[in-house]
Structure formats: C-alpha cells, structure tokens
Design a protein around this ligand. Structure first.
Ligand SMILES: *Cc1c(COP(=O)(O)O)cnc(C)c1O
Length: 371
C-alpha cells in the first residue's frame, strides 16, 4: 500500500543536509591569451613528483586488474620512511587525508557527540562531523595571532566530547602550535578523548619549536596524526593520505577501510613520491624562499598578513574580500576567500612560483594605484 503525502525527500536525513559545505578552490576561465595562476588550493607550485609520474606510466597497462586489497605496501614503505620509529601496524592509509578524517569521525562519533575545533579551521572537520551526527563546538583561536586557547579547550570538554581537532600548521591561518602548547594540552586531555593533529603542511614549518605528533605517540594512546600526499608531494588529484597512531587505534580504524580503498595508480604514485626526496627538498626550498619574497612585498605594500609556516599566506585585503577576489580573477589569478573557514573578510593566497607571485604582486600594485 502506498503511504500518503510522503515522498522520498521526506526520508532524507536532516543531519546530512549541511549548509556551508566544502567548496574547492575555483579554477579560472582564461580569457583569450591571458595567463592564469591558480593560487587557491595550496597545490604544489612545481607540479607532481616526476618519480610518481614515471611509476604511474609504468602501471597504466594494469588498470583492468583490481588493485591491492589493502594498504599494506604503503604502510611498509612508511615504516621505512619514518626510519622504523613507527611500525607498519601504526599506519592507516586511505584515499586522501580528508577520507581519514571521515574514517575517524565514523569510528568515534555518534549522534549528539561533540568534536572541538578552533576557528578559523579546515571546513572538512565540520562537514564530516555533521555526517556522523556530531556537534561541532568551536573554541576560536585567539586573535590577533591565532594562538590555540588551551584553557578554553580544556574547559569545553565534557562527557560527550570525542575528538579535538588541531591543525599545525593551520589552514587557513598558516600559524602553528608550539611544542610547549601541545604538551600542555596533551597532558590535560582525558585519555578517552581523541586528539587529532592534522599535520598535512608539516614539511613547510621551519620554526624550532614546531613539532609533529610523532614524539608524543608513546605517551598518548589517544593521539592521531593526519598526513596527505596532496600538498607537498604534488599528488592532489590522486587522493592518497595516511595517518599514524598507536597500534590498537590503528587496528580499530582499519576495520572501517573498504577493500581496494586506494586505486592502483594512486598507490603506485604515492609509493614513488614518498621516495622522491629531491622533489620534496626542491618543493620546500621554493616555498620557503617564495614565502619570504611574498611577505616582504606585502609588508612594503602595507598589506596586513599573518606570518606563515605553510605554503599559503592569510591576508587582510585592501578592499572587501569579494571585490578583491573578483579583481584578481579578472587579472587571471584565483585566490580563496575564507569566510566559511571562520576568517571573515580575509583571503588565503597559496604560494606560487616566482612568476605567479610576481603576477600577484603586480596586480595588487595596480589596485593600490586605483584606490
Ligand atoms: C588539504 C588538507 C587536508 C587533506 O587534503 P586531501 O587532499 O584530502 O588529502 C587535510 N587537512 C587540511 C588542513 C588540509 O588543508
């Protein structure tokens, strides 16, 4: 019998219809003969790792065959990459860093549970938390320098708290969590609350008191680190990421990974990129050099910016952000407004190669003449 006055849309789950979801950095519709620069998604300014390209080409003929059932080969390679400080059983690999965030949320968060974030933050945390029915509790970073508010985070923890998301270097601010701050927090978070340290931009951090999660794993069973092949390794389109943690937690989370989770070409590309030390070194060198270049130019142009430890810089544009973004777009340069990250009026600019950065500075100069 047919139910009356109901349609399939009435069966949509309310908690899944999320507003303000993730939007990728826009690509530019080039005008005729116009050079374009995509500085909106923190991608590698050099391109992909050449070793990864070679590996992918070698395996193209095999794409009619199912890939590896599990991530074991990548885990073994990661153990070697981490010089056996971590065991292969401590890694969980998936089809992107984002997917790992989703897996953690599915593993630990039920309807009504809480996750703590600190705005401005990476939008995926909120989006995936909503999929799990979780409630996002925001403990904003402290202005003007975007420091983590450890006391307020500890205060926000209650019986429903399941995960605290930390990002260092943070997206979109480019700031980092000093070692001492992380230590203070870890020492006081209850042992049944997961602390997720998203360190996908770690290669670009150069400050002495920057730290990864690695040194703290032995002491904290509730600590997980998230990494990605999208940024430094130049493989954003392949969708590969990994997380490391204690064995018990890894074993638990691995049960949420579908068989054949990582595509053949993605796995081979990631394995090759992981060994491509020269490429990583070149990338980090270029980004740090260009970061210094851009920050000096911003200073000279009186553009307010947050000093960055990452491959992008957060600025306060000289005119309303939507107008600024549109103006740059007309010049062939795409950058990212980050109102939806929780930084209203600010714009995040990915660090490009020298040519792109010069084009950006040229455009801003043009704008300042008009203003
Ligand atoms: C880019 C990014 C990720 C992961 O990206 P994937 O492409 O999904 O691997 C995770 N966290 C932050 C903060 C990021 O900026």
């Amino acid at each position: 019998m047919k139910a009356k006055n109901k349609s399939i849309t009435d069966r949509f789950k309310a908690h899944l219809t999320v507003k303000g979801g993730y939007k990728g950095g826009k690509s530019i519709q080039a005008k005729k003969n116009q050079k374009t620069y995509k500085l909106s998604s923190n991608e590698n300014p050099i391109g992909p790792s050449p070793k990864a390209l070679e590996a992918i080409q070698q395996h193209l003929q095999q794409i009619h065959i199912y890939p590896d059932t599990t991530d074991i080969r990548l885990r073994q390679a990661l153990e070697i990459y981490y010089k056996h400080q971590l065991h292969q059983d401590q890694f969980v690999c998936a089809a992107s860093g984002s997917e790992l965030l989703d897996i953690m949320l599915r593993g630990f968060v039920d309807q009504g549970d809480e996750v703590i974030v600190s705005s401005p933050y990476f939008v995926a945390y909120k989006m995936f938390a909503a999929w799990s029915g979780g409630k996002v509790v925001d403990v904003p970073l402290q202005t003007p320098n975007y420091e983590l508010d450890v006391e307020a985070i500890l205060h926000a923890i209650n019986d429903r708290t399941r995960i605290i998301f930390l990002t260092s270097p943070n997206n979109p601010t480019g700031t980092y969590i000093p070692k001492a701050t992380l230590e203070t927090l870890l020492a006081q978070v209850p042992a049944d609350v997961l602390v997720v340290l998203d360190e996908v931009y770690w290669h670009f951090a150069s400050k002495e008191d920057y730290t990864k999660a690695l040194p703290y794993l032995a002491d904290y069973q509730n600590l997980i680190a998230v990494n990605s092949f999208s940024k430094t390794y130049g493989l954003a389109a392949l969708r590969v990421g990994y997380a490391y943690m204690n064995k018990e937690v890894a074993h638990y989370l691995r049960q949420l990974c579908r068989p054949f989770l990582i595509g053949k070409l993605s796995l081979e590309g990631a394995l090759a990129a992981l060994q491509d030390a020269d490429f990583i070194e070149q990338t980090v060198q270029l980004v740090t050099q260009e970061r210094t270049f851009l920050q000096a130019k911003f200073k000279a142009l009186n553009i307010e910016f947050t000093p960055s430890q990452s491959n992008f810089i957060l600025i306060q544009p000289p005119l309303p952000s939507s107008e600024f973004v549109t103006f740059l777009r007309e010049q062939g340069i795409s950058v990212r407004p980050v109102d939806n990250f929780g930084a209203p009026g600010k714009v995040r600019i990915s660090i490009g190669n020298r040519e792109a950065n010069k084009a950006l500075i040229g455009a801003i100069k043009q704008l300042e003449v008009v203003l």
